[in-house]
Design a protein around this ligand. Structure first.
Ligand SMILES: Nc1nc2c(c(=O)[nH]1)N[C@H]1C(S)=C(S)[C@@H](COP(=O)(O)O)O[C@H]1N2
Ligand SMILES: [Mo]
Length: 450
């Protein structure tokens, strides 16, 4: 691609950029001599501000020492194989972390950590950066002791060990998981500064498991009477959710043990979780220990008291489990700083619980004009889709937005449209169009257009 203008530089959002402690650590290490050549760059970064980022890039007139001075890694012997039996990200990336929102909850066992969407590429969330939502803390359960029970409207109630499940014919599929409360803090007004916090209760993985319908058929399920299943987790939260059989008979719902080619991470439900594509995260029961087939919704605490939508007339809506079409620009996004006028690749994520993304439009003027974004293949059903658009920033204020349309024709609403139906006092299921204001000084801020 020919970029239409010189590419502008972007200062990363604070939680992505190295923090003071990180910089201090690097300085100490470089004092030990191993990375002397970067010392001045980090000293400049410690001073902070846009100038620091510029200092890291500007080459001195007598040549760039990063080229002229042969670094240690070009002269010496590198690390041996298998120095670490399970590889880790580069230490230079250690500020890319899932993060909790201080003060959001009283305990860290019943809380949320947000995925750093602004730092990720493509559509897959690295397992170690997958968002977390626990109601009662996470566990690392011994798989040899874990059991899955199937009961209810079945001929022969069954109990499976992990070995028995993993011998069955499995499938692997890419799907997003989004907590119903994602973007929930923004219902009333702007609440948090970065897209990690506005949209980070969202992740996407390749999941591997056996379709739940296979297990139900093995148990002789009564598929006429059985219209709902109850899924139950083994942790102390007594997480129980009703799932309509239509999603099960379609073969979509998986009893999964795999995540991105390896076993699930403990935080994400090891050794077994339910995968319910398109449906809000709470139904993706982790540490899955029981499935009951029934003829009515179960009305559990997590579907009658929690995960209900408060409507403007004061009534609550239940069982609104589907995650409607939604998107967000992840770069440039809140907390980042545009250091130059010029070319920027606007990039973001779109998804829908109803199927595949058909189209994403992007506006740089607060929704007056829209241009169709590129969708990056593969574009899969109930999966994140990466979109991008070329943009030349002229240095004047701009408001970046994205609007997704899914294959069923559903269009992502603006805040005015959404609030007309839903009011502004909900917690869950906020799929409104996100706006990022690019100020004249290049700072990007979270804003809402009335
Ligand atoms: N057993 C159990 N399953 C659970 C939960 C839980 O607390 N316990 N939290 C639910 C909620 S609200 C969400 S959003 C997702 C989060 O999945 P993750 O932690 O893998 O991101 O798990 C769901 N499944
Ligand atoms: Mo959730």
């Amino acid at each position: 691609m020919d970029t239409p203008a010189p590419a502008g530089r972007l200062r990363k959002a604070p939680e992505h950029f190295l923090d003071r402690d990180g910089i201090q650590r690097h300085l100490m290490e470089s004092r030990a001599g191993r990375r002397g050549f970067i010392r001045s760059a980090f000293a400049a970064a410690l001073a902070g501000g846009a100038g620091a980022a510029a200092a890291q890039q500007a080459a001195p007139a007598d040549g760039d020492p990063a080229i002229l001075a042969l670094p240690a890694h070009s002269r010496g012997l590198g690390q041996p194989v298998a120095a670490d039996g399970y590889g880790m990200p580069s230490k230079w990336e250690r500020n890319v972390q899932r993060r909790q929102s201080p003060g959001l909850t009283q305990t860290r066992q019943a809380s949320v950590s947000f995925a750093p969407l602004q730092s990720l590429f493509g559509i897959v969330t690295p397992s170690g950066l997958h968002f977390e939502r626990h109601h009662q803390g996470w566990w690392d359960i011994d798989p040899s002791q874990h059991r899955l029970m199937l009961n209810g409207l079945v001929k022969t109630p069954k109990v499976f060990t992990m070995d028995e499940l993993m011998r069955l014919p499995s499938v692997s599929r890419f799907h997003f998981i989004e907590c119903g409360a994602n973007t929930g803090m923004e219902w009333g007004n702007v609440a948090v500064p970065t897209c990690q916090y506005t949209h980070g209760m969202l992740s996407c993985s390749e999941f591997t498991g056996v379709p739940l319908i296979t297990l139900l058929e093995m148990a002789g399920a009564d598929l006429k009477k059985g219209r709902f299943v109850l899924a139950e987790g083994a942790d102390g939260s007594s997480m129980t959710r009703t799932i309509p059989m239509s999603l099960v008979t379609s073969g979509e719902v998986l009893v999964a043990w795999g995540q991105n080619g390896e076993m699930l991470r403990p935080e994400n439900g090891y050794p077994l979780r339910l995968v319910v594509p398109g449906v809000q995260g709470v139904s993706w029961v982790k540490y899955l220990r029981r499935i009951e087939l029934g003829d009515m919704p179960y009305g559990t605490k997590d579907e009658t008291v929690h995960y209900v939508d408060l409507l403007p007339d004061g009534t609550h809506r239940q069982y609104t489990s589907l995650q409607e079409v939604k998107s967000v620009v992840t770069t440039p996004s809140g907390g980042q700083v545009l250091l130059d006028k010029g070319y920027y690749n606007i990039s973001g994520l779109a998804w829908s619980g109803r199927g595949a993304i058909r189209r994403v439009d992007v506006s740089v003027d607060g929704g007056r004009n829209w241009r169709q974004a590129r969708l990056q293949a593969p574009v899969m059903s109930k999966c994140l889709t990466r979109f991008s658009l070329d943009w030349v920033w002229d240095g004047r204020p701009a408001i970046l937005q994205s609007r997704a349309i899914d294959e069923t024709g559903h269009v992502q609403p603006g805040y005015r449209q959404l609030r007309a139906v839903r009011g502004s006092r909900s917690i869950y299921h906020n799929n409104a169009i996100q706006s990022w204001l690019v100020k004249e000084n290049g700072e990007v801020a979270n804003v809402q257009l009335a």
